[in-house]
Design a protein around this ligand. Sequence first.
Ligand SMILES: *[C@@H]1O[C@H](CO)[C@@H](O)[C@H](O)[C@H]1NC(C)=O
Ligand SMILES: *[C@@H]1O[C@H](CO)[C@@H](O)[C@H](O)[C@H]1NC(C)=O
Length: 324
Amino acid sequence: MWRFLHLLLGLFGGHVMSEYFGSGFKPGDTWISFEHVEFLTVSGYGDFDGQGKSAWGQKCGTSEYCKNLPINVRFDFVTNALVQDVTTLDSKQFHVNVLGCKNITFNNFKVIAPGTSIHTDGIHNGRSTDVKILNSNIQTGDDCVSIGDDSKQITLTQVTCGSGHGISIGSLGKYPNEEPVEDIFVTGCTLKNTQNGVRIKTWPKSNPGTASDMHFEDISMENVGNPVLIDQEYCPWNACNIKVPSKVKLSNIIFKKIRGTTSTPLAVCLVCSQGFPCENVVVQDIDLKYSGSEGPVTSQCKNVKPTVSGTHNPTACLNATAAH
Ligand SMILES: *[C@@H]1O[C@H](CO)[C@@H](O)[C@H](O)[C@H]1NC(C)=O
Ligand SMILES: *[C@@H]1O[C@H](CO)[C@@H](O)[C@H](O)[C@H]1NC(C)=O
């Protein structure tokens, strides 16, 4: 259902489907999709209400059930697009999936779903170039914005995230022949009560890949777990072998002016691959306070030797394992 939504479209090659209830959908379904559109504008203060409350909580995690639920809105192979003032509400799975797009801007965009909703990434990007997410507010149950393989020139500015899992690059390396991730700029963003802050995650025992030129600057954290995180041993549900190093090479990464409060004592954690240590990592002006009872604020570095400058709370690489 959409309410008071104006779609001012150039060429409209998508389709709009009616409401899904219960299990009346097929795996891989989408509710609304825009496909192969040039000069698309979606604007207006309406919302796409995915009615996810009817679907969450049913066997998620243990089966493919939740991954197969419909995505609220897809943009597939859309170029020169503006999505403005729109809200997506209670999606059953990802709120927005951006695939194969070029020059698409989300401005004053909103995502609203409870922190308990599963697999409800706010905006997932893959195989797209020049995606801008500006002045937006994303409250959901999974990643605020996630950036998959073959993403280039992705800019997030003045995005507020929370609840949810924070801003993620990855997870990378799961599939063969993943294309590089390049030129990611996350600036002037705020994370509130999220499980993670800014994160780069790759699978252990992975396929080869690269991610480079990732810039996180001027980020405000409010009660955020793992505020600064590189995790090349990303292995949810222990469904992988973390003893075999990731083959995804990470390089040219800047974490700068990151301040606020952390909900976990390990505030800066850079765990890189033993097989492919991180290269050219800069950590500058970090000021994260922890007021919980699990000890002092701390940091960890593995297979990375960052260039450190400016303020450092916690001190960088308190617990370090040298790169080979
Ligand atoms: C990007 O898309 C916007 C919105 O349609 C358009 O105004 C702008 O000219 C496009 N930029 C380029 C470089 O094509
Ligand atoms: C450093 O990290 C290792 C492995 O995670 C852990 O066993 C050890 O207790 C840590 N040391 C300190 C001083 O935090």
